[in-house]
Design a protein around this ligand. Structure first.
Ligand code: BES
Ligand code: ZN
Length: 620
């Protein structure tokens, strides 16, 4: 008897809650309009995704179903998703009711809106679909393009608006959802996502994932390959192709220490584990902060841990970006400026102030160079708050968001004192965790904590809405770089290379040296330097890229082969863009650059071909 009563109550409760759900207004916060997404989150929004995909390396296709749990405003009759070249085969509501849907016209940047018409009482939407081989987010690699050269590989890069090319989604950074996924891959392959991950292959090739914290679509990530794992500490580890694993393990031995330092500064790490996967060299970025699993370029595996600030950077995004997320891509500096600031703080905590000041000065010098370029093209793009309407959000990925953003935060720190600023930031992350932030709201929070004279000193509006770099910017001092300048001077004045006292220079000192070689240095001098320091065959990709800037300008032929190999093997856009630009400057007919690009292009991800195609007027 009791049992029946219990079940009756339970069933009425379930029915009641379902009915209630329909009538209840949306639970989620009102979101700002995002010009880079078709979705209308204030009408209908996703809250959870169950993704089921099969990976077909032969056809270069991902196919399966994305089932979303949705949250609707009263009277909502449709939900809109973003897609880019997806083949949609069917849409069902509440598992079994076939729903009408419509694909809008294709925009070159935004793709197509997928509108699903909702019957009353809709609480899930299941979209069956497949991606195309040229899906912008996905790079399908042949075995020759990997380190081990015997198995295919794939990885995705979703930021900023490429997630829609492999999952139909509400592709706006303000819309967060939890997810589970089941990914089926061929035998002998491991799949990993931005989620709780397996650490070894299984027989069936079916992998299950869970991401219990809500994330925006740009943090959806998948990689599949012959991948192995090695733990580094309690919460950290590294994934890589087996042949690369030990080198990666050695390079990242300080990861756990970075994580502990980061937590000490801004509070507990919210995502459980923090692992890094080192991908094949075509990965278009240095790193990508996919939650729980940073995707990284192998170009940071230098053998001497000299380029691991990139790990600090991606780790820092676990707070700035992944926890508190830019509302739209116009607020991108909130993600990247904060992250560079936090990266420097982690590096300072682990390696000392001398070290982090070298990084800061390199970033400052890079900023000055880029500022000139951006000013000439579109001076408005030198503001922190961007206006990217009608443009690719990729246009906002410049040193402004990163390095001007960093300097602004450092200016605040220097004005109000580190202790106060740290308290402010700790609260900021705690109070806004798993939420969006826009520039205006951040400034409001900041202003409420500052004294009048501090506001007058900082001049917030000048930094955020003004062009260029305000005069009151912090001044960065690096004793180590001063010494490099001195050594450079005595070498140049004496003309004797043996007077160049490079003692135990680190990679960063060498970079400062190479970046500041005298304008118009001739081939003989370059040859002498090369004889002594072997830059042309450096194992450090940052050194190589900086050196090629000089050698291309000077027409130093001895470095040409190495430079060409570099461009063909490495797909990291940060290295490609300046190198191709230097080639074009040297040979405005673009023939030299185009000949190399022809060979290199098949190795690049769409993010990189997008940029280089434009530079070289490359047509299909
Ligand atoms: N999130 C970015 C990469 C990104 C930004 C991808 C915008 C797509 C659109 C990542 O955290 C990053 O900043 N990577 C840098 C690392 C560096 C600053 C240490 C990179 O790849 O160079
Ligand atoms: Zn970043």
């Amino acid at each position: 008897m009791n049992r029946i009563l219990y079940f009756t109550c339970l069933i009425s409760f379930v029915i009641f809650s379902c009915q209630n759900k329909k009538k209840e207004p949306m639970k989620s916060q009102i979101l700002a309009n995002d010009v880079h997404s078709y979705s209308q989150p204030n009408v209908a929004r996703v809250v959870h995704l169950d993704l089921k995909l099969t990976v077909d390396f032969e056809e270069k296709v991902l196919s399966g179903t994305a089932r979303y749990t949705i949250d609707l405003a009263e009277n909502a009759t449709q939900i809109i998703f973003d897609t880019y070249d997806l083949n949609i085969s069917s849409v069902f509501v509440n598992e079994s009711e076939e729903a009408k849907f419509e694909l809008g016209t294709k925009d070159r940047i935004l793709g197509q809106a997928l509108t699903v018409f909702l019957p009353e009482g809709a609480h899930t939407v299941s979209i069956s679909y497949s991606s195309v081989p040229s899906a912008k987010a996905v790079q399908w690699l042949d075995p020759e393009q990997t380190a081990q050269k015997d198995k295919a590989f794939l990885f995705t890069q979703s930021q900023a608006i490429l997630a829609r090319s492999w999952i139909p989604c509400q592709d706006s950074p303000g819309i967060r959802f939890t997810y589970r996924a089941e990914i089926t891959v061929p035998k002998g392959y491991l799949a990993l996502m931005s989620a709780e991950n397996p650490i070894e292959m299984n027989e069936k090739g079916v992998y299950n994932f869970n991401m219990p914290q809500p994330i925006p679509s740009y943090l959806m990530a998948l990689t599949v390959g012959d991948i192995a794992f090695k733990p580094i500490g309690k919460r950290c580890g590294v994934y890589a192709e087996p042949i690369m694993l030990d080198r990666c393990f050695n390079e990242f031995s300080e990861m756990e220490e970075m994580l502990l330092s980061a937590e000490e500064i801004y509070g507990a790490y919210a995502w459980g584990r923090y692992d890094v996967i080192v991908l094949p060299p075509s990965f278009p970025f240095g790193g990508m902060e996919n939650p729980r699993l940073t995707f990284a370029t192998p170009t940071i595996i230098a053998g001497d841990k000299s380029l691991t600030s990139l790990v600090a950077h991606e780790l820092a995004h676990s707070w700035s970006g992944n926890l508190v997320t830019n509302a739209t891509w116009n607020d991108f500096w909130l993600n990247e400026g904060f992250t560079v600031y936090f990266e420097q703080r982690i590096m300072e905590a682990v390696y000392g102030r001398d070290y982090s000041e070298m990084l800061a000065l390199l970033s400052y010098q890079g900023l000055l160079e880029e500022l000139e370029e951006i000013k000439a093209k579109n001076p408005k793009d030198t503001r922190l708050k961007l206006e990217l309407d009608g443009r690719d959000p990729d246009d906002g990925m410049s040193a402004i968001a990163y390095d001007k953003g960093y300097l602004f935060l450092r200016k605040i720190e220097e004005t109000i004192g580190r202790e106060k600023f740290d308290t402010f930031l700790r609260n900021y992350f705690a109070e806004n965790a798993f939420q969006v932030m826009d520039t205006e709201r951040f400034l409001e929070l900041l202003r409420s904590k500052l004294e009048k004279d501090q506001l007058a000193e900082i001049q917030i509006d000048k930094w955020v809405y003004g062009e260029g770099l305000p005069d009151n910017h912090p001044v960065i001092n690096s004793e180590k770089f001063v010494n490099v300048d001195k050594a450079m001077k005595s070498w140049i004045e004496s003309g004797d290379i043996n007077r160049l006292d490079s003692g135990s220079w680190s990679t960063h000192e060498w970079l400062h040296f190479i970046n500041n070689l005298p304008e118009g240095i001739n081939n003989q001098e370059l040859a002498k330097l090369d004889d002594k320091f072997n830059f042309t065959h450096s194992g450090n990709t940052e050194v190589l890229a900086a050196w090629f800037q000089v050698t291309i300008k000077a027409g130093y032929a001895e470095a040409h082969k190495s430079m060409e190999d570099f461009l063909v093997n490495v797909g990291r856009r940060k290295f490609l863009t300046p190198t191709y630009k230097a080639l074009i400057e040297r040979d405005p007919s673009k023939e030299v650059a185009r000949n190399i690009y022809k060979k290199a292009r098949p190795n690049y991800h769409s993010v990189s071909t997008g940029t280089i195609d434009e530079l070289l007027d490359w047509k299909g």
